[in-house]
Design a binder for this molecule. Structure first.
Ligand SMILES: C[S@@+](CC[C@H](N)C(=O)[O-])C[C@H]1O[C@@H](n2cnc3c(N)ncnc32)[C@H](O)[C@@H]1O
Length: 209
């Protein structure tokens, strides 16, 4: 059970199918979910199914200032299980949501341009913001990325990071495997991750939950 009385629907309010290079005829029939804000740039190799390579990305359709809200999370649903596509919003095993929009294409970066804010028990305030500690904000055409361990404790699917940042951590598996210093130097970290980190440290081990 979710740790909070979860207000999240089991199905998204608006049906959404992940667009791919293949199912949009090379992007030609792709309809952005938030056209004024951001759009997906498809990688020709992201054909779906077993050939999926997860190499598409989300780019800004306009400039965003530092700490500016990019969008609220509006079409979310409770994830049936933790997955590569889900975002963790609490400390419990069922506290994972599906974004059901182009936001799914936000890649991870160890030097991200954006942040996902998920204040506990206040889903009406859940949103994506341009990184608060950036001086530049996000420029039109730039990738919108976030630091996955700022929401994820122990990811369903870890990967070797290709963000190219000078402070790249290499293997990304979730906050469970990082120190508080490593987390905090990369910007905003959600409350549920800090709570899990505290519990892990109180237990005097790195196993966490
Ligand atoms: C929610 S998807 C993000 C969208 C994905 N790029 C796509 O085309 O479907 C998460 C997956 O994208 C890939 N990914 C995201 N950020 C990455 C990064 N910095 N380095 C390598 N792979 C990344 C990983 O395969 C990860 O499991």
């Amino acid at each position: 059970m979710p740790t909070a009385l979860s207000p999240l629907p089991l199905q998204p309010p608006v049906r959404w199918t992940k667009p791919t290079h293949a199912n949009t005829h090379g992007g030609k029939t792709y309809k952005p979910t938030h056209p004024d804000l951001f759009r997906v740039e498809f990688s020709a190799s992201s054909g779906g199914g077993d050939e999926e390579e997860y190499s598409s990305r989300l780019v800004a359709s306009r400039d965003f200032g530092p700490d500016e809200r990019i969008t609220k999370l509006t079409n979310i649903s409770l994830a049936p299980e933790k997955a590569y596509s889900s975002v963790q919003f609490g400390t419990g095993p069922r506290d994972h949501l599906e974004l059901n929009s182009d936001l799914l294409f936000m890649n991870h970066s160890c030097n991200p341009t954006a942040e996902i804010h998920l204040p506990s028990h206040r889903p009406e305030e859940w949103e994506v913001r341009a990184r608060s500690s950036s001086t530049q904000g996000i420029k039109e055409g730039e990738a919108i990325t976030f630091f996955y361990p700022s929401t994820e404790w122990d990811m369903a699917q870890g990967f070797d990071c290709s963000c190219g940042a000078t402070n790249c951590l290499g293997k990304i598996q979730g906050a469970k495997y990082l120190s508080v210093a490593q987390l905090e130097e990369r910007g905003y970290v959600n409350e549920h991750i800090l709570k899990l980190k505290e519990a892990q440290e109180a237990n005097g081990n790195t196993n966490g939950q």
